[in-house]
Design a protein around this ligand. Structure first.
Ligand code: SF4
Ligand code: SF4
Length: 199
């Protein structure tokens, strides 16, 4: 042999590696029977957050979509009106979609968001069998309602403005706040559509 080792030494050394590995701690994850706990700041499925009174934080600015290197986000903004208000300011995200067939969960979109409307959860089970089902809509991404919240659209807390929301002065919906009729979604005053909101 050119390096001076005998012809049987390398195979034996190989078995030695195998033998040593037999006594090491096993790293196999028993997923999905035992669900893995993710790190606290894991980048999982996105969430569109709400203000403490239930209004939406997204202002439809599209900065997240422009920041996305995978072109995975589609946003259409629209104007709020006093009769149909989704966020405290002038604009809201009328259409919001994230395509998880494209998303690489890098988090650049949440860094770009000026209102902290967009954050990421620890949910990682996103696999599915069709491209359509991997496109998550605003209704799927919007956070659920916590205590003290009223489903949007509704009016802002009386006596406050948009900036008061960001100063943390609004902590819950004002007493008597009711959901407005979402005319832009085809609802009429007599027949409001179902509020299909998921956490
Ligand atoms: S996590 Fe990254 S790839 Fe996914 S939508 Fe956000 S910016 Fe795009
Ligand atoms: S999620 Fe944030 S960055 Fe994206 S459109 Fe809404 S407010 Fe703008």
């Amino acid at each position: 042999m050119p390096d001076g080792s005998s012809p049987w030494q390398n195979p034996v050394a190989g078995f030695g590696v195998t033998f040593k590995a037999m006594f090491k701690k096993r790293l196999t994850e028993q997923y999905p029977e035992q669900e893995k706990t993710t790190a606290p700041r894991f980048h999982g499925r996105h969430q569109l957050n709400r203000h403490p009174d239930g209004l939406e934080k997204c202002i439809g600015c599209e900065l997240c979509a422009w920041a996305c290197p995978a072109d995975a986000i589609y946003v259409e903004g629209a104007d709020n009106t006093e009769e149909e208000r989704y966020s405290p300011g002038e604009r809201y995200g009328r259409v919001y979609q994230i395509n998880y067939a494209r998303c690489i969960l890098c988090g650049l979109c949440i860094e770009a968001c000026p209102t902290r409307a967009l954050t990421m959860t620890n949910e990682f089970e996103l696999a599915d069998s069709s491209r359509e089902s991997l496109i998550y809509t605003k209704e799927q991404l919007l956070a659920g309602l916590d205590e003290g919240m009223v489903e949007s659209p509704h009016s802002i807390f009386p006596g406050t403005d948009e900036q008061d929301y960001y100063r943390g002065l609004v902590t819950e919906a004002a007493p008597g706040t009711v959901r407005q009729v979402a005319v832009s979604k085809g609802e009429s005053a007599t027949e409001p559509a179902e509020e299909g909101v998921e956490a």
